[in-house]
Design a protein around this ligand. Structure first.
Ligand SMILES: Cc1ncc(COP(=O)(O)O)c(C=O)c1O
Length: 480
């Protein structure tokens, strides 16, 4: 054997004989973690939104466990990234198998699960929308939005888009142009391609002061009027050309507070977009993968999107993979050739394998029925709480995307302080259920910073929903 070869084998043996570093899971106390964090970690992400970040050590199903092993019922599920619950065995086993077979492969080589996952998603959309299309992957929701922006710009040569008040599409520079809140852009200078923002159908607090049952989609009519006016800036009637490329839509508004539009809303909106040549990009990053009881939330509204973006629960939180599906004319190899967009990790095999398993689980189960039934059961329980607690202004939901508005004594004025206190109190871990100490993890969203967004695992049990209702009841009783 050549000397070099011998040396290589000895080196490999040495490397493989070492065990992975034992991460000092329980050896470092919460306080020790906090002191290292204070010195070396950025404060620019959201861990430091609260003065003392909560430490968790384990997770399983619908629960997280803190350093004292107190169970916290999780109604946030990593911002809807783990719809199938923590440590889902099938997804875990698939990932482990992938680690043992083909864990690494450069994103410009071909392998099985990348094409098989594309096929699954493309076929799911043919079944749902009767449209042939293709799938393009990237890493994380914002990057997928960037890719969708590029796709629309590539096809329409337009760089500005429509988006909604309260819309959230990510924090990269391009996605920030579509994300409505000024606070997301404020520190970063001028955004020349900021979207044209349009009011969301937030009927409980209608921006036009209308009533949902009698408004006749007044907000959509307003948009149509803007198009019809030759001097309003949207549309040139002589050349029949819109100055904007696409409307980026959340079918249920996520970070805006889990707002569910009325049944016919998107059909009305789509008529306007079709009349004036604007593409419909359906952002399912938060609402996809059966959060609302359908693979895509837009299915509730009977419209056909031109592009769908997805991420989060695609891998059940096991990998930051995301992707976009687009109808053929936008994404065929002729109009979207090699290299239009790409990143080192975009086709990574662990993510593809996890995604393939997640899609298989959804195909095999009856999630449509289950999520609808559980969602109704949960919402009925929330309605009971609403009757008993004056400080609950509104509850609503679609499937297991549910909301509670915290309000003042008058029953309507938004109360962000109450929301904040309820979330902090849940994280203390001193609630009681069936004689045992526990906590509750809640998420927030909304236009007025007063809404609890409930994002349980779609696999949550009825017993866990009962527990959730009891813990919410305890929190409103304590703090109202
Ligand atoms: C609808 C929607 N789009 C885009 C994003 C951005 O995804 P990411 O945080 O993975 O960049 C989010 C994140 O919450 C989202 O809810």
């Amino acid at each position: 054997m050549a000397v070099l070869e011998k040396e290589l084998i000895t080196n490999l043996k040495k490397i493989n004989s070492k065990n992975a570093t034992e991460v000092t899971r329980l050896e470092l106390s919460d306080e020790e973690l906090a002191s290292i964090d204070k010195e070396y970690c950025t404060y620019g992400d959201k861990i430091h939104a609260e003065p003392v970040p909560k430490v968790f050590r384990d997770c399983n199903g619908s629960f997280m466990y803190d350093s004292e092993n107190v169970p916290f019922l999780d109604l946030e599920m990593w911002f809807a990234a783990c719809n199938l619950g923590y440590k889902n065995k099938r997804v875990r086993d698939a990932v482990v198998d992938q680690i043992d077979t083909l864990p690494q492969i450069s994103s410009h080589f071909q392998y099985d699960y990348k094409v098989l996952l594309s096929e699954k998603i493309a076929k799911a959309n043919i079944k749902r929308f009767g449209r042939k299309g293709r799938v393009h992957f990237n890493v994380g929701g914002s990057q997928v939005i960037e890719d969708a922006l590029k796709l629309v710009r590539n096809y329409t040569h337009k760089s500005r888009m429509f988006s909604f008040y309260g819309g959230f599409h990510g924090r990269t520079l391009g996605a920030s142009c579509l994300t409505a809140g000024y606070r997301y852009r404020k520190p970063f200078g001028h955004f020349s391609e900021e979207a044209h923002f349009v009011p969301y159908p937030y009927c409980y607090r209608c921006p036009y002061g209308k009533k949902c049952d009698s408004c006749n989609y007044y907000c959509v009519q307003q948009l149509r009027r803007e198009f019809e006016d030759n001097c309003a800036g949207l549309y040139d009637h002589s050349s029949k050309d819109c100055s904007l490329g696409a409307f980026f839509v959340e079918p249920v508004q996520g970070s805006g507070g889990y707002i569910v539009p009325p049944k016919g809303y998107f059909k009305e909106l789509k008529k306007v977009l079709d009349d004036f040549g604007v593409l419909f990009v359906d952002d399912e990053i938060q609402m996809g993968f059966y959060r609302t009881g359908k693979l895509w939330a837009i299915e509730h509204y009977d419209v056909k999107p031109d592009v769908i973006t997805f991420s989060k629960s695609l891998t059940n939180g096991m990998n930051p993979l995301g992707g976009m599906w687009a109808k053929e004319e936008l994404i065929s190899p002729e109009v979207w050739p090699s290299g239009r967009t790409h990143s080192t990790f975009c086709n990574n095999p662990i993510g593809m394998r996890a995604g393939y398993e997640v899609m298989s689980i959804f195909e095999e189960g009856d999630f449509e029925k289950e999520v609808a039934n559980k969602g109704k059961y949960f919402l009925d329980g929330l309605k009971e709480l609403e009757k008993r607690h004056k400080r609950i202004g509104n509850v609503d939901g679609l499937g297991l995307a549910l909301r509670i508005e915290c309000v003042t004594e008058d029953g309507y004025t938004p109360d962000p302080e109450l929301l904040h206190d309820i979330i902090s109190e849940g994280l203390k871990g001193d609630l009681m259920y069936n004689g045992k100490k526990c906590g509750l993890i809640l998420n927030k969203g909304s236009h007025y910073n007063n809404t609890i967004t409930l994002v349980p695992a779609v696999t949550i049990s009825y017993a866990e929903i009962d527990m959730a209702l009891s813990l919410l009841d305890q929190l409103f009783t304590r703090l109202s």
